[in-house]
Design a protein around this ligand. Structure first.
Ligand code: AMP
Length: 183
């Protein structure tokens, strides 16, 4: 299984990716989780990334691309993976295509979790992560619209996109996803 999860912050990508990764025995690779771990461990990457994350901006590509490249080369990723939070802009998506071609791998599809803005804002306010305060949420949504949402067309043109209504109970989204992945 090789899947990419797309969707605005708070769409439920992490939750769904985790469930699916566990049931299929592949790693759930979340660049946000990797970066948060680096921030807590105060590594060089963490120190460089923290300011961008606190402001709700994307961390520069040069900090992310190597990280993803080496993560995909780890042993546990040999039989598949679910990417959550990467790619986040068109240049990351192009990088991923080249990387996977070199690795002789390909994703099966890109799952877009569709959730209306007002639902996102209220979900994020409930979640209460450090970067979930009102001002940073607004920033992350605008970064999503400007930089990440263009990936919907990018993958649609490649006929790789599957959109799912993410505004329904978690279990129903999981059921839908499982059907799509099995098809
Ligand atoms: P997430 O947990 O995916 O919402 O990511 C939290 C934060 O980490 C984002 O707001 C960005 O600052 C940063 N981040 C995560 N993934 C990426 C990525 N692929 N490219 C750039 N920044 C990222």
């Amino acid at each position: 299984m090789r899947l990419i999860f797309l969707g605005p912050p708070g769409a439920g990508k992490g939750t769904q990716a985790q469930v699916l990764a566990r049931s299929h025995g592949v790693p759930h690779i979340s660049t946000g989780d990797i970066l948060r771990a680096a921030v807590s461990a105060q590594t060089e990457l963490g120190q460089k990334a923290k300011g961008y994350m606190d402001r709700g901006e994307l961390v520069p590509d040069d900090l992310i691309l190597d990280l993803v490249g080496s993560r995909l080369e780890e042993d546990d990723a040999g039989s598949g993976w679910i990417l959550d939070g990467f790619p986040r802009n068109v240049s990351q998506a192009k990088f991923l295509d080249i990387l996977l071609e070199q690795m002789n791998q390909m994703y099966e599809c890109v799952v877009n979790l569709d959730v209306p803005d007002e639902v996102i804002v209220s979900r994020l306010q409930e979640r209460g992560r450090a970067d979930d305060n009102a001002e940073v949420v607004r920033k992350r949504l605008s970064v999503y619209r400007e930089q990440t949402a263009p990936l919907i067309d990018f993958y649609r043109e490649r006929q790789m996109l599957v959109s799912i209504d993410g505004n329904q109970p978690i279990e129903q989204v999981t059921t839908k996803l499982t059907e799509i992945v099995a098809a």
